[in-house]
Design a protein around this ligand. Structure first.
Ligand SMILES: NC(=O)C1=CN([C@@H]2O[C@H](COP(=O)(O)OP(=O)(O)OC[C@H]3O[C@@H](n4cnc5c(N)ncnc54)[C@H](O)[C@@H]3O)[C@@H](O)[C@H]2O)C=CC1
Ligand SMILES: O=C(O)C(=O)Cc1ccc(O)cc1
Length: 308
């Protein structure tokens, strides 16, 4: 599909892309750039690309497709660095979990003639780094684009076809709607997980050993999310601040209402809520959208491509 694809950032997402690009033969040359020498060395040991550099600009030079896969707070500095090297007609995209802030950071640096199309694959795990990636990560998952007004339809179709060949289904929406939607379905669950595990860790009446020894599977599910990369999630919180604060306000109100129902023994209210939420879970399963995440973890370890 492309002569040269440049991957800037080679962690969970960048390395999964490298693996699926190779498997599907989507580029003749995969150029890998990352800031840290140790990560770059590891990417080379894993054989993820065809060329390796710590200079993002070098990787981006002559590339037909450049994919920025770094924590969202670093999007602007990466865009500024690669901008002078981008060739006319190239497609520039990203995979960031927030969109309005990423657009604000990248757009000012995009040279005329370069097609900037913001994107977000809704696929991931709690793991990070080049060892964590696997080629199947994007299989049957959504990739959302938030195109800017005036986006070239041909470039959008080419990038859509690329993601389809990576296994994904495509949707488009405006960045504000993306950020609001993701705040409730992805960002809040992580924040709640960080909070509940932090609360358990701070308890004086229950020891850390007891938390570990007796953790029920519900708590364990939270610890998986709470093990997610601190830099990535710090950046998500800081760069989707308004939407997250709005959703947290709603969440706190609803939590207070639940608290009141428990205090006053309002069993009917509790039963009604728990019945409504069970239906949501069933709809997700019926839509084929449930994912056995522990399997994801195992795949990351067992996937032969990850070590080859
Ligand atoms: N982890 C997940 O489940 C998902 C993450 N995302 C988004 O994908 C992006 C990447 O996340 P992961 O791959 O999980 O992170 P990661 O921590 O596994 O990898 C990040 C990579 O970026 C590199 N990097 C950091 N700053 C850099 C800079 N200034 N210049 C060049 N390289 C730099 C790091 O060395 C590393 O290779 C983030 O924006 C995140 O929001 C999107 C979907 C899922
Ligand atoms: O590990 C999980 O359960 C995730 O939810 C992964 C994830 C994290 C961030 C994203 O923007 C998209 C997916």
């Amino acid at each position: 599909m492309f002569e040269k694809i440049a991957l800037v950032g080679i962690g969970l997402i960048g390395s999964s892309l490298a693996r699926v690009i190779r498997r599907e033969g989507l580029a003749r040359h995969i150029a890998i750039a990352t800031r840290s020498k140790a990560t770059l060395k590891r990417a080379e040991e894993l054989g993820l690309g065809d060329s390796y550099t710590t200079e993002a600009k070098e990787a981006a030079r002559d590339a037909d497709l450049v994919i920025i896969s770094v924590p969202v707070g670093s999007s602007g500095e990466v865009a500024a660095e690669i901008a002078p090297a981008l060739k006319k007609g190239a497609i520039l995209t990203d995979v960031g979990s927030t969109k309005a802030s990423v657009i604000a950071q990248i757009e000012p640096h995009v040279p005329d003639g370069v097609h900037f199309i913001p994107g977000h694959p809704l696929a991931g795990t709690e793991k990070s780094g080049p060892d964590a990636g696997f080629a199947d990560l994007f299989d049957n998952r959504w990739c959302i684009f938030t195109p800017l007004p005036g986006t070239d339809p041909e470039a959008l179709e080419k990038l859509s076809e690329f993601w389809r060949r990576c296994g994904s289904n495509i949707d488009t929406m405006d960045p504000q709607h993306h950020d609001m939607t993701l705040a409730i379905v992805s960002h809040l669950p992580h924040i709640i997980a960080y909070n509940i595990v932090g609360t358990a860790d701070d308890l004086e009446s229950v020891t850390k050993t007891e938390v570990i020894k007796y953790s029920a599977s519900g708590f364990r599910d939270f610890t998986r999310l709470a093990a997610s990369d601190p830099t990535m999630w710090r950046d998500v919180c800081l760069h989707n601040k308004d939407a997250i604060l709005e959703m947290l306000a709603r969440f706190s109100e609803d939590l207070a209402s639940l608290q009141r129902a428990i205090r006053w023994g309002d069993g009917e209210k509790l039963f009604d809520l728990f019945t409504r939420t069970r239906a949501i879970r069933r709809s997700i399963i019926e839509a084929g959208q449930d994912i056995d995440v522990p399997d994801f973890g195992r795949q990351a370890v067992e996937h032969p491509g990850a070590k080859s």
